[in-house]
Design a protein around this ligand. Structure first.
Ligand code: GLN
Length: 548
């Protein structure tokens, strides 16, 4: 049977519970264990799909079309497994299914209550993840111990251990051990309070991971051990790391995987850890020297989490080429005012990411135009592809005032539009093309060369498409549609230009599939073109031959 690790957090939000859980996942996987992960989110939205990115950051899309919490992106990047919509459950989803069952009469006239009905539903969702082909399920409980909304989740995971057996469950609690400059020492009180709060819900942590800005003495671990009633070796210091990809190694040094495996009876010789693959990734991270400057033209640039997977994909591409990637966050609305200035010229590459709504769209089109005319490598993702198509339609194909119907319902040339079959559903509240779709790439095209294959699957999250009615006009004007959706042959998935260093866009979100040790080909291609541009302008800045 599968074993379960529950990760809770205390003291403060944003301590990196998702990264701690992901790092543990990486360590267990590196021990040859089959790992899956799940996030329980205490908010009432059914999924983050309807949330403003300013509120919640990026919506991470799974192959099966789940719109999920951005932590699932970390999970996938760290454990290198594709997750699914069931890997994220929210209070909203849990209540919806309980209420549905109540309406159907499934509870046979009983009073429906948080305990047992909501807690049973939570447990059932966790239990379902423990399939025959999974050794360990890591469950992150969102929010912070002490929040009102988290209580049913804590109660459910408390009951869970009783039901599946003590040796099959481990509770890991993440806290903060702050250093107080005025006192000149680290403080354990917040950890003590947080553990007391967790205990008041009936959960005694097995392992306490302490986030800390700087290393703290062993004596402090002994103090936490004594006061929080865990063995000293189960107090793990998670000192700030230079890169998130170092965290698994930091936690391994501290013995986290060993203590978890001991507790779960998984510390068998065949589960000797092999971290060589991950260490190779880190060597590449460290080998990155000079950097290229990539402008990210977005609407939510004040909250970089809104573009988390794009940023990580750029970093991975940098690891692959042995260069750092410096991101210049550019507010799309401000691009038009920048055209005369040096800011865009100073970039080695541009990414126009996805997004919704009119604000900033003209700036994205202007950036696409500028990149096209000034040979700046440019990668468009989803809405980015829309902006690049509109630029080409207006400025090359002569379709004056062309636009996306999303931005201008009365445009004379709706080069980006809803497909007929969608209009009806969208008017009724709308649905999106979500999840993995297979595209066929044109043999010999740049994208086919970058991918090294002609059939590719990427994840989608959008409503609007390149309007097939204008495809001919755009192609006659020189735009290459180098990939189409495989089933209907009609929906444009990739575009490119032949006489440009790199002006490529996709209707999909390839950023979701990039991994630190397997950079996504489109991002790798962009960074390679950015390196070329950087070298042309400042020769010998990047001595790439020296990079292994
Ligand atoms: N707003 C656009 C659409 O709905 C693009 C969405 C996106 O970039 N994810 O089609």
């Amino acid at each position: 049977m599968s074993k379960f690790v529950f990760v809770t957090g205390g003291v403060s939000s944003s301590l990196g519970k998702g990264l701690t859980a992901s790092s543990l996942g990486r360590l267990l996987k590196s021990r040859g264990l089959r790992v899956t992960m799940c996030k329980l989110d205490p908010y009432i939205n059914v999924d983050p799909g309807t949330m403003n990115p300013f509120e919640h950051g990026e919506v991470f899309v799974t192959d099966d079309g789940g719109e999920t919490d951005l932590d699932l992106g970390h999970y996938e990047r760290f454990i290198d497994e594709n997750l699914h919509r069931d890997s994220n459950a929210t209070t909203g989803q849990i209540y919806s299914s309980v209420i549905l069952k109540e309406r159907r009469g499934d509870y046979l006239g009983k009073t429906v209550q948080v305990i047992p009905h909501i807690t049973d539903e939570i447990k059932e969702r966790v239990r379902r993840l423990g399939r025959d082909d999974v050794d360990v399920v890591i469950v992150e409980v969102g929010g912070t111990v002490g929040d009102i909304e988290i209580v049913p989740f804590l109660e459910a995971i408390r009951q869970f251990r009783r039901e599946v057996g003590r040796d099959n469950v481990c509770y890991l609690h993440l806290t903060l051990v702050p250093f107080l400059p005025t006192a000149g020492e680290h403080k354990t009180k917040p950890t003590q309070h947080s553990v007391t709060e967790l205990r008041s819900r009936g959960i005694q942590p097995d392992v306490i991971v302490c986030r800390s800005e700087r290393p703290f003495p062993e004596s402090l671990k002994r103090k936490i051990s004594l006061l929080c009633d865990v063995p000293p070796e189960a107090v793990v210091a998670a000192v700030d790391a230079a890169s998130i990809y170092e965290i698994p190694l930091v936690l391994h040094e501290e013995g986290l995987d060993k203590i978890v495996c001991d507790l779960l009876g998984l510390d068998r010789p065949e589960h000797e850890i092999d971290l060589s693959g991950w260490e190779r990734v880190l060597e590449r991270v460290k080998a990155t020297r000079d950097s290229v400057r990539i402008g990210l033209i977005g609407k939510y640039v004040n909250l970089p989490d809104a573009y988390l997977s794009v940023v990580e994909a750029l970093r991975h591409a940098g690891f692959g080429h042995g260069v750092g990637v410096e991101i210049d966050w550019i507010q799309a609305e401000e691009v038009t005012g920048m055209l005369a200035g040096a800011r865009l010229d100073g970039l080695d590459g541009i990414v126009i990411p996805g997004g919704f709504g009119e604000r900033g769209f003209e700036g994205k089109i202007a950036a696409a135009s500028y990149a096209r005319e000034h040979e700046i490598p440019c990668l468009g993702l989803c809405l980015g592809l829309h902006a690049m198509i509109v630029d080409y339609a207006r400025n090359v194909a002569g379709l004056t005032n062309a636009n996306s119907r999303e931005m201008d319902p009365t445009t004379p040339y709706a080069v980006i539009d809803l497909m007929d079959e969608q209009v009806d559903v969208v008017e009724k509240g709308g649905t999106m093309r979500l999840g993995a779709y297979v595209a066929r790439l044109t043999p010999g095209s740049r994208v086919a060369k970058l991918y090294g294959e002609e059939t590719v699957s990427e994840r989608h999250r959008h409503r609007y498409e390149v309007n097939p009615r204008y495809r001919g006009r755009l192609e006659e004007a020189g735009l290459v549609c180098s990939g189409v959706e495989s089933k209907d042959n009609r929906l444009v998935e990739f575009i490119e230009l032949t006489d440009h260093p790199f002006w490529i866009a996709t209707q999909a979100h390839p950023e979701f599939k990039s991994r630190p040790d397997r950079p996504h080909p489109l991002f790798a291609g962009l960074v390679e073109a950015a390196i070329d541009r950087c070298e042309q302008r400042t020769p010998r800045l990047l001595d790439l031959d020296a990079v292994v």
